[in-house]
Design a protein around this ligand. Structure first.
Ligand code: ADP
Length: 533
């Protein structure tokens, strides 16, 4: 029955808060994944368009060279005199390490060639170049015929052939130049000898860095080999690259691009991790809150239950002595009792019950004062032995009535202690009351008052039901009662010992307990002696 309302609260919290938060979390994940995808595709497209534009730029440069060569070859078609042409071709190769050589192949034997003006050993000699070009034209005659056909449709495309000469990589770009007067096909071939590495450095890399302003890393790789022949960073970049493409003009090479510093994937992974962490924190905070709420609600409910039990218990505890007092007082008032000893017995019962009642009321008042922090104590030096004797005297009738045998052992000349007599009386009364309540057949109470080193110890022993070891601490908590059937058969509020402990704290002392189940308990109140006495 008790569990039901709390279950309801938890269910409401879960439905009202946890489910939305969880849904939001899942949604966030799905969403962030989608966003990552979108960002990635945008980036990829951006990278692709950069590469496309670089490729386009290279193609335009080639087209310029090609149309320049075509232009003068056609305009001077009737005059293929080496001397006349060579300077013009040399114009193209001049000052450019990119173009190591340019030539017109009029026939197998007849070449007009200009080489770059440098002493580089790696530039092929005239004979070698002619031989290489002739080999290629022979090998790829079909392809070249096709290019001639295309050129007639106004689409000029070069034949690109990779050539490693003396350790340097070149690309031979051979393209048709049309003129009906060219025998026998109406076409000759123009060609450019491109130094691959120079082309990358001078043209591709410059264009790339102008476009991207260092945001991206770019590298060039030979398709046939794994290593890079060029990269835009100081240190060799590590794979993976996000986008790659062939270089149109130098098809043996591949361009690769990625973001500088990090890859997109790593970036999105880091972001996902951050999101995950944030969501985890939110969820942890929420669960902690939930646990806290449940804990508090449970505690509040327990207190409410204890309070209602307390009211029931107390009213029961009050009713019995009040009924007794009333009964005896009425009988006495009627004046029918003549026997003095009987009268005396009635008076004693009334007194004993009043003592019990006032003790109960004191406990409750003190408890509520302590709770509202209004309880005040006045400590003054005093003698514990006279206080103890007084209390025992007050309880005498109670003991007799319940057939308790009481032994009292008080050391003579005890040191004084600082005490609030009223409070100490209350503590002792509580202990005596418990000793009586929690004793079964062996009705014994032993009260002792002794000095021990720096302390004066007031102990109350019984041969009662005893207390299990694991309950020693708990019984001093307010409202706590041992969950034993024997205990539950006796009336009580669970306040007595918590007051005793509180009182001892105020006296700078403590309570000690020795007990074994079935054999009895000894509660000792340990007071510090007044120093110097
Ligand atoms: P109450 O006696 O009103 O229940 P107390 O705070 O005085 O409340 O005691 C708390 C609990 O400690 C008791 O309910 C009982 O279980 C246990 N207890 C206290 N004194 C004794 C004792 N002398 N012998 C056995 N159990 C005891």
């Amino acid at each position: 029955m008790q569990k039901k309302p709390i279950n309801k609260i938890v269910l409401v919290i879960i439905l009202a808060l946890f489910v939305p938060i969880l849904t939001y979390t899942v949604y966030q994940f799905a969403e962030s994944d989608e966003n990552e995808q979108l960002i990635k595709s945008i980036y990829d497209r951006q990278l692709e368009s950069i590469l496309f534009s670089v490729n386009q730029y290279c193609w335009d440069i080639f087209s310029n060279w090609q149309s320049e060569m075509t232009g003068f070859a056609v305009s001077d078609a009737e005059n293929f005199i080496q001397l006349h042409f060579e300077p013009k071709i040399a114009n193209i190769v001049q000052d450019q390490q990119v173009v190591a050589g340019a030539f017109l192949r009029i026939s197998e034997e007849y070449f007009v060639i200009a080489f770059e003006d440098s002493a580089r050993q790696t530039i092929p000699r005239r004979r070698t170049l002619i031989q290489q070009v002739n080999n290629i034209t022979a090998e790829s005659s079909e392809k070249l015929n096709l290019l001639i056909q295309r050129a007639k449709e106004d689409y000029i495309k070069p034949l690109a052939a990779h050539w490693n000469y003396a350790g340097s990589d070149y690309t031979l770009l051979i393209f048709p130049i049309l003129n009906p007067s060219f025998e026998p096909q109406g076409a000759i071939f123009g060609g450019l000898l491109i130094d691959n590495l120079q082309f990358i450095q001078e043209i591709v890399a410059r264009r790339f860095s102008a476009m991207t302003e260092g945001e991206f890393i770019f590298a060039v790789q030979k398709k046939s080999e794994r290593g890079f022949i060029y990269y835009s960073t100081e240190e060799k970049p590590s794979e993976p690259f996000e986008v790659r493409t062939d270089l149109w003009i130098l098809p043996d090479l591949e361009l690769k691009v990625k973001m500088a510093g990090t890859t997109l994937e790593r970036m999105s992974r880091a972001r996902s991790r951050k999101n995950l962490l944030l969501l985890a924190i939110v969820n942890i905070v929420f669960i902690t809150g939930l646990v806290y709420v449940v804990y508090n609600v449970t505690k509040e409910m327990e207190i409410a239950k204890i309070k209602s039990n307390l009211v029931a218990n107390l009213s029961h505890e009050i009713r019995t002595p009040v009924a007794l007092i009333r009964m005896y007082a009425e009988t006495l008032e009627m004046g029918r009792i003549m026997d003095e000893s009987k009268k005396n017995k009635y008076y004693k019962t009334i007194l004993a019950e009043t003592v019990r009642l006032s003790q109960l009321i004191n406990n409750m008042l003190d408890f509520s004062k302590i709770e509202s922090r209004k309880k005040e104590y006045r400590l003054s030096p005093g003698d514990l032995s006279s206080l103890t004797l007084q209390v025992l005297d007050m309880y005498q009738h109670n003991f007799e009535q319940k057939n308790f045998s009481v032994t009292v052992e008080i050391e003579p000349r005890l040191a004084e202690v600082n005490m609030d007599s009223e409070a100490v009386t209350q503590a002792l009364v509580n202990l005596l009351d418990n000793a009586m309540k929690y004793s079964a057949d062996d009705k014994y109470i032993g009260v002792a008052l002794k000095e021990q080193a720096e302390h004066v110890v007031l102990s109350v022993a019984d041969h009662g039901i005893g207390i299990p070891g694991d309950e020693f601490k708990k019984i001093f908590q307010k409202f706590y009662r041992v969950g034993d059937s024997l205990v539950h058969n006796t009336k009580g509020s669970g306040l007595g010992l918590s007051l005793v402990e509180h009182i001892m704290n105020v006296h700078n002392g403590r309570v000690e307990l020795i007990s074994s189940v079935g054999h009895g308990s000894t509660f000792s109140l340990i007071f510090p002696k007044i120093q110097g006495v």
